[in-house]
Design a binder for this molecule. Structure first.
Ligand code: GLV
Ligand code: MG
Length: 316
């Protein structure tokens, strides 16, 4: 089943209080960070904090991810070895930032496989989340999405991306002043989304740093949700409910999707006349409608939504 990743809560690994608090928050996913929210001298302790928080438990049904440092640093291998050897049972994914090419995914995949074998863990269970944060990563995004069966998500990292392409703005996720031609992020978001969809991975939008501006967060979230993205990062508890709402289907869309699935099921069956294109109310539905409905219904079911209408086959 498709797992909901509407809200992905960022938690600095150097802050034991926040590691604890995150356990009680209504995020679909947490990522415990060893990268940019942790100062270089705090990284060794942050590894220990994260291992302790994971092994202590309490994250409930949340997807538990640890973000390691990228392969151009000297920290990555120790991040992975220390966290996975000591807390591999209590961990779902490793997030790899600033991914530039398939080699970097393969390196992490191989390292995970060795650790899993050595520790007697199930080989291949731990997933990889790949952050696309620079021009090389975006150029190679299709290959990155296909690089390993461990890949679960492709994530847009807007802050690093803006820096890497010299975008003339310091406000992450908002349009750069002077650009009036459309959405400066559209091309990047669409390439990430296409790579994710072509390889059956989730597409995740990154952070919005103006944490005192919930309206701005909602506006930017709605932009990527409308395109088809599955979720967004949350940097502050105030952003949580907005992400969970914006990346869930609307109730009437969810109800409608479930009705289409039931109606299509019935009409294509022998009892329903084995028809491929039929009317549902004022709307013609066919196999393509079923596929669209399936997307909404899967997201709604994963989010725990309840339908409020049922399909009644016509009598007689
Ligand atoms: C996230 O890592 C970003 O750079 O936006
Ligand atoms: Mg980044």
């Amino acid at each position: 089943m498709w797992r909901a990743r509407r809200s992905n809560l960022a938690v600095p690994g150097s802050n034991p209080k926040m590691l604890e608090k995150a356990k009680g928050l209504a995020a679909d996913q947490v990522f415990l960070d060893l990268e940019d929210s942790v100062a270089p001298i705090a990284k060794p302790d942050a590894r220990k904090n994260i291992v302790a928080a994971l092994n202590e438990g309490g994250y409930g049904n949340k997807i538990r991810t640890v973000r390691v440092n990228d392969w151009t640093t000297s920290w990555t291998y120790r991040d992975v070895v220390e966290v996975v050897e000591n807390a591999g049972h209590n961990l779902d994914c490793i997030m790899l930032p600033k991914v530039q090419n398939v080699g970097q995914v393969h390196a992490l995949d191989l390292l995970l496989t060795q650790i899993e074998r050595t520790m007697g863990f199930e080989v291949g269970r731990i997933g990889i989340e790949a952050q696309i944060e620079n021009a090389s990563g975006l150029n190679n995004v299709n290959d990155i999405a296909a690089a390993s069966p461990r890949i679960e998500t492709i994530i847009f990292g807007p802050a690093d991306f803006m820096a890497s392409i010299n975008m003339k703005s310091l406000v992450v996720g908002e349009q750069p002043p002077g650009y009036t031609e459309g959405d400066a992020y559209h091309y990047i978001l669409m390439r990430i989304l296409m790579a994710a969809r072509a390889n059956n991975k989730a597409a995740i939008d990154g952070p919005y740093l103006q944490i005192r501006d919930p309206d701005g967060y909602r506006r930017v979230s709605e932009r990527s949700a409308a395109l088809g993205f599955d979720g967004k990062w949350v940097l502050h508890p105030d952003q949580l409910a907005i992400a969970n709402e914006v990346f869930s289907p609307r109730q009437d869309d969810y109800d409608h999707a479930e009705l289409i699935l039931d109606a299509y099921d019935y009409y294509t069956s022998a009892d329903g006349g084995a028809r491929g294109a039929v009317m549902l109310g004022d709307e013609m539905i066919d196999e393509a409608s079923r596929k669209m409905a399936l997307v909404i219904s899967s997201k709604g079911r994963a989010a725990g939504m309840q339908r409020t209408q049922t399909f009644e086959p016509p009598q007689g």
